[in-house]
Design a binder for this molecule. Structure first.
Ligand SMILES: [Zn+2]
Length: 78
């Protein structure tokens, strides 16, 4: 049997090859310390990095404002 189910490919860690877990939309993290962000790509997470979600306005019309959550990286102690 061949099922053509469309599954979203899991992003694999470039460091250890394991599949990464999603922290937020557009931000994935691996246990070994590697992280991946949509606009940056792979990077190593340092202890002073804090992942957070930020709401941004994506569309503004007369009566409504559409916001979307974006993952952001903040530095501890800032
Ligand atoms: Zn890894």
């Amino acid at each position: 049997m061949s099922s053509t189910k469309r599954t979203t490919p899991k992003r694999k860690c470039i460091s250890c090859g394991k599949s990464m877990t999603q922290q937020f939309i557009g931000l994935k993290h691996c246990k070994c310390g590697m992280s991946w962000k949509k606009d940056i790509g792979y990077f190593e997470r340092t202890p002073d990095m804090v992942f957070a979600l930020e709401r941004r306005v994506v569309k503004k019309s007369k009566n409504s404002i559409k916001t979307k959550q974006f993952p952001v990286i903040r530095n501890n102690g800032e």
